[in-house]
Design a protein around this ligand. Structure first.
Ligand code: A2P
Length: 296
């Protein structure tokens, strides 16, 4: 199974990285260090997660050479706008302790701020052109927002990071990405997102307790989480499972020997509910209601 993907910018990216969304600042440095020592070479964070500083710290304590690791972070909507986004790069760069950020993406689409979203993306293009970032992209964009971006900017995003797991596999968006050479990066790849009412209203069903996934896991002698990750990897998606638990960080990386049959892949594809479990791409943002990213 492929362990490395190549972005449309030519930058290579490990197919599996560590996510740190909802990793507390206290836990993040240790999780990053454990992951890097265990073979991970990609960490996905965001200014809005409040743990960029600890990601940088984990990277430094791990002793893994900087140039072997891909660090990805995101610009929050309160920092959209050309100058604001250049400044957001400076803030993230300072917190991470890195002069160059490997992948910088816009955290969300924001229709009522779309002119600022376009200006923010133009700032990413500037950062890419002068080498302060190695690849640029977006997160939580739908086809309409991507089309608008294509119309008004020059660089096709290297990736779009979206909610994607067996209960929300977004086949149409994936096809759109393929058509435009955009990598699909899956957030909540094992369906860990549980804090919003999902497709079943307030009833919460866990992907990891799904009987069909469980059956496949048993047949392979692997956990449901590992099977979900293999399903992504075999279909060419990039994944960033979050864990702060050393055993689960190791388990999630131990997936490259799994080969699912076409029938098993189709069974997992068939679990799609067509609805997100997490926040849908936000179409409107009241800038005032979003928390700002502090300088430090
Ligand atoms: P923890 O950090 O305690 O391991 P996702 O990235 O899909 O949103 O999933 C993240 C959630 O799933 C977190 O709550 C994480 O908790 C948990 N998790 C991560 N890896 C595994 C695993 N291999 N098995 C079960 N739960 C996991």
């Amino acid at each position: 199974m492929t362990t490395t993907l190549t972005l449309n910018s030519g930058v290579t990216l490990p197919a599996l990285g560590l996510g740190v969304f909802q990793s507390s600042p206290e836990e993040t440095a240790a999780a990053v260090e454990t992951a890097l020592r265990g073979g991970y070479r990609h960490i996905d964070t965001a200014a809005a997660y409040g743990n960029e500083r600890q990601v940088g710290e984990g990277l430094r304590v791990s002793s893994v050479p900087r140039d072997e690791v891909v660090i990805e972070t995101k610009v929050w909507a309160t920092d959209f706008g050309y100058d604001e986004t250049l400044h957001a790069f400076d803030k993230s760069s300072r917190k991470l302790g890195l002069e160059q950020i490997d992948i910088l993406i816009l955290h969300q689409q924001a229709w009522n701020l779309f002119d600022r979203t376009i200006a923010a993306y133009k700032a990413l293009e500037t950062l890419l052109a002068d080498g302060r970032v190695r690849a640029i992209g977006v997160s939580n964009f739908d086809e309409r927002a991507l089309d608008r971006l294509f119309d008004e900017t020059d660089v096709v995003p290297a990736l779009n990071q979206v909610e994607l797991h067996p209960y929300h596999s977004q086949p149409a968006l994936q096809a759109f990405h393929r058509e435009h050479g955009i990598l699909t990066q899956a957030w909540s790849p094992i369906g860990g997102i549980t804090f919003y009412p999902g497709p079943w209203g307030d009833e919460r069903r866990s992907v990891l307790e799904d009987p069909a996934l469980g059956g496949i896991a048993e047949a392979h002698g692997k956990s449901p989480a590992q099977i979900a990750l293999a399903w992504h990897l075999q279909q060419g998606r990039q994944v960033i499972p979050k864990s702060t638990n050393p055993g689960r960080i190791a388990q999630n990386f131990d997936v490259f020997d799994i080969t699912l049959s076409d029938a098993e892949l189709a069974t997992i594809d068939g679990l799609d509910t067509g609805s997100p479990s997490g926040p849908a791409p936000a179409r409107d943002f009241d800038k005032k209601s979003l928390f700002p990213i502090p300088e430090d």
